[in-house]
Ligand binder design. Structure first.
Ligand code: SF4
Length: 331
């Protein structure tokens, strides 16, 4: 077994920057970095992050466009059919409400605005609704990157959204193929991969990552990280489980801030030129260390997640500056 102490971090950085793929035992050793050496791992990861993104940080804002009553059974999700969480429940928001959300994102300096719906996947009316929404947002905020996260998606649906001006589609792999049945039984990991392929074939950029801390093994985490590399994902959000009360995963707290940072380093070193983003559960699980996530990621969310709060815009900007990074502004 390779130990962290045996690794030559300079050599790893050079290999990664010249296009090499970390071998699995090296990746495992990185995940097992002793906490006292985390500073060295973060410093090495920062060199890779800086090569592609300098010290820029892209802000993203989410919008829960339809909340609750999902027929799927994703165990981590407060909107699933298994959840008893006390969350807002509402139908698809109007085009006007969604455009107002884009306005809010633009005012906050977010570069990307991601509209998300609960549900297995969009129907024809949803696609039409979001198509028109994308057109309206493109007219008013041409610089804003539009992302949609609507569930499982067919190629024709992705084509329609691309034609309407969407740039990105999010659909997370969530975990390894092996562990997937332990978190969801109503669709499969392969279903999710098919959606990612449909999105890419339509010419949209892919956004797909996972959730750390759902009871997966180290090998599951490694599998997920390698899957994001091999699928050549453009944008990789890394979430950390927020065990929401009323969900099957309530009470599960297995992450330390240090473990979260090591996971982020792994995703960055396997995806040197992709966007890597610290996503949901960042505030809860990284606590005071969340600023160090910026050594690995080039993008973070502002103002909360779908059904959970997060750091507000001003406080996020302050943290970024305090850590010596800069918010990526619109051109
Ligand atoms: S499909 Fe989406 S909204 Fe539905 S339970 Fe799964 S994660 Fe939640």
């Amino acid at each position: 077994m390779v130990k962290f102490e045996d690794l030559d971090l300079d050599r790893i950085v050079e290999d990664v920057l010249s296009g090499g793929e970390l071998d699995r035992e090296t990746a495992r050793a990185l995940l097992n970095c002793p906490d006292q050496r985390l500073g060295d791992l973060l410093a090495a990861t920062l060199r890779v992050r800086q090569a592609a993104f300098g010290r820029r940080v892209k802000l993203c804002m989410l919008r829960n466009a339809r909340s609750g009553i999902c027929p799927e059974d994703c165990g981590y999700c407060s909107q699933s059919r298994l959840s008893r969480a006390d969350i807002p429940v509402y139908k698809l928001q109007s085009i006007q409400q969604l455009v107002e959300g884009a306005d809010r994102a633009a005012q906050a300096g977010a570069r990307r605005y991601c509209m998300v719906t609960s549900g297995r996947g969009p129907d024809a009316r949803d696609i039409e609704h979001f198509g028109e929404t994308c057109e309206r947002i493109r007219e008013r905020f041409p610089e804003l990157e539009i992302c949609l996260s609507l569930g499982l998606m067919e190629r024709e649906q992705a084509d329609a959204l691309k034609g309407a001006g969407a740039g990105w589609v999010n659909h997370n792999l969530n975990t390894s193929r092996r562990f997937y049945p332990s978190i969801c039984t109503t669709h499969t990991w392969d279903d999710r991969v098919r959606t990612i392929e449909n999105v890419r074939e339509a010419g949209l950029a892919t956004c797909s990552g996972g959730i750390v801390g759902m009871g997966e093994s180290e090998d599951d985490l490694l599998d997920l990280a390698y899957a994001t590399r091999r699928l050549n994902i453009d944008s990789v959000p890394v979430n950390f489980l927020n065990p929401i009360r009323g969900t099957p995963m309530e009470g599960r707290r297995e992450l330390t801030p240090q473990a979260c940072l090591k996971a982020l380093c792994l995703f960055r070193l396997l995806n040197p030129a992709s966007e890597v983003r610290a996503a949901g559960g960042r505030e809860l699980n990284l606590g005071e260390l969340q600023g160090y996530a910026l050594y690995a990621v080039n993008s973070i969310f502002v103002d909360g997640y779908l059904t959970t709060p997060g750091l507000a815009v001003a406080a996020t900007r302050e943290m970024i500056e305090r850590m010596g990074f800069e918010v990526e502004e619109q051109d």
